[in-house]
Design a protein around this ligand. Structure first.
Ligand SMILES: Cc1cc2nc3c(=O)[nH]c(=O)nc-3n(C[C@H](O)[C@H](O)[C@H](O)COP(=O)(O)OP(=O)(O)OC[C@H]3O[C@@H](n4cnc5c(N)ncnc54)[C@H](O)[C@@H]3O)c2cc1C
Length: 419
């Protein structure tokens, strides 16, 4: 116990949301002419370790294109209303005010120098200069409220007290950065309603028997996810995917992974349909390939390989039991004949069963967490525990790829800090 000291605000977890909460908590006190009494407890050696790894080390910290669909969870509308209280424009302005200019590509925003550590360092040093105290190597293991005061116990035996507390300890994704999900157990014991945490923004595994043959193939396509039992698409996105020996990844796969994982958790069997020619109708593609039959083209294999990756084409040939000349990658179009129809069907809709995911270790975000019904959307304050605020990935919101998870952390951290 720190000699009975009761702080104004203690922030648990020094990631994106926690650092932002410390920034806004200190700023509001200083604006009011008071000295801040803000302590940030971080279990790691330094705050913001995960931040330095974001966006492949470049930190895609927000996105100028925003909509409710970018924020998934049990209440996307509430999430989006919260985002609009401190939106991407305000975030960009705030970072500019602490020395981080941004660079934009198709709405995606990065620090101008495209180094994630510069953004983390700017926020970290700013927070310290505003008067926040950062306590590293403090893993919080217990929180209780007694007589209106929060008592926060750490793994090393230390105990802190405060009038207000911000929970910004992240989710369960990427445990290597200190987020092992243990915070959910702690919050559940306090009576919070929690949607079961599952991975989001990760790769998927499949039992597709030809995966080894197409390992490493990158290809643009339209990916549509179905619940195996239904013909109604759950999600569809166009972009580049990558096959690996166990399954597939790439931005569209990451974006749909949360829905596939949810289906699997319900005992359903999701499947992916890959359309490698999303801008050509099935009829046009079939007509074009049939026209080859009567053309002067000798080696249809060469023509087909100019349309689609040859390893994938060979797999399609195997699927319809057609022999494929491995050395010259050619095939006499005339012998393709009636099989052309089947080939076109595969080109416009190759199916893969989804059997699993690559786990929290390889996920960029967590789906699930404390439901938004637990918090006041204007302040992020818990209804159950007045004086306690929740921010970031610990809440039941997961963003799409493109800077949305960090935007959620900035927005909620900013509001929770000021409240
Ligand atoms: C590899 C990777 C790349 C990513 N790239 C992007 C990107 O480019 N754009 C984007 O928008 N999102 C990206 N994300 C997602 C984004 O980083 C997170 O959603 C975001 O950091 C969540 O912020 P947070 O503050 O809620 O949690 P975190 O940033 O995870 O921080 C939580 C902090 O709390 C600490 N902590 C945990 N438990 C305790 C405890 N009991 N006591 C004390 N401290 C504790 C942890 O050590 C950690 O420092 C990426 C994620 C990963 C893993």
């Amino acid at each position: 116990m720190e000699n009975g000291v009761v702080h104004d605000k203690i922030i648990i977890g020094g990631g994106a949301a926690g650092l932002m909460a410390a920034f806004s908590a200190c700023s509001i006190r200083l604006d009011a002419g008071e000295s801040p009494d803000v302590v940030l407890l971080e279990r790691g050696e330094v705050p913001g370790k995960k931040l330095t790894a974001t966006g492949n080390g470049k930190c895609n910290f927000t996105n100028k294109e925003q909509s409710a669909e970018c924020y998934r969870g049990s209440d996307s509308d509430k999430a989006y209303r919260i985002i609009n209280l401190f939106d991407s424009r305000k975030t960009i302005d705030l970072f500019k005010s602490i020395g981080i200019l941004h660079r934009e590509r198709n709405g995606y925003c990065y620090p101008y120098g495209e180094q994630a550590k510069t953004l983390r360092n700017a926020l970290w040093t700013k927070v310290i200069s505003l008067g926040a105290v950062i306590e590293p190597l403090k893993k919080v293991t217990g929180i209780e409220k007694l007589n209106g005061i929060f008592r926060i116990s750490c793994e090393d035996g230390s105990v802190y007290q405060s009038k207000k507390v911000v929970i910004s300890a992240g989710g369960a994704a990427a445990p290597v950065f200190g987020t092992d999900g243990s915070i959910f157990g702690l919050l559940e014991n306090m009576g919070f309603n929690i949607v079961k945490p599952l991975p989001a923004l990760c790769g998927l595994t499949s039992d597709f028997k030809y995966l080894k043959r197409i390992e490493g193939v990158r290809i643009k396509c339209n990916c549509t996810l179905y619940s195996k039992e239904s013909s109604k698409p759950l999600y569809s996105e166009q972009g580049e995917i990558v096959f690996n020996k166990n399954g597939l990844s790439g931005i569209p796969v990451m974006n749909l992974s949360r829905f596939a994982i949810q289906e699997l958790s319900w005992g359903n069997r999701p499947r992916l349909e890959l359309d490698f020619f999303p801008d050509i109708s099935k009829k046009d593609l079939k007509n074009y390939l049939f026209s080859l039959l009567n053309s002067t083209v000798v080696n249809v294999g060469d023509v087909l390989c100019s349309l689609i990756n040859d390893k994938l084409l060979r797999v399609m040939f195997s699927q319809i039991d057609l022999k494929f000349d491995q050395s010259s990658v050619t095939y006499d179009v005339k012998t393709l004949g009636s099989e052309l129809e089947k080939l076109v069907s595969l080109m416009k809709g190759m199916e893969l069963n989804i059997t699993g995911d690559t786990g929290f270790e390889n996920a960029q975000a967590t789906q699930g967490g404390v439901i938004l019904k637990e918090i006041n959307e204007n302040t992020m304050e818990s209804y159950k525990y007045p004086g306690m605020y929740l921010a970031g990935e610990v809440l039941d919101v997961d963003g799409m790829c493109g800077g949305y998870n960090l935007q959620w952390a900035w927005t909620t951290g900013y509001i929770a800090g000021r409240s």
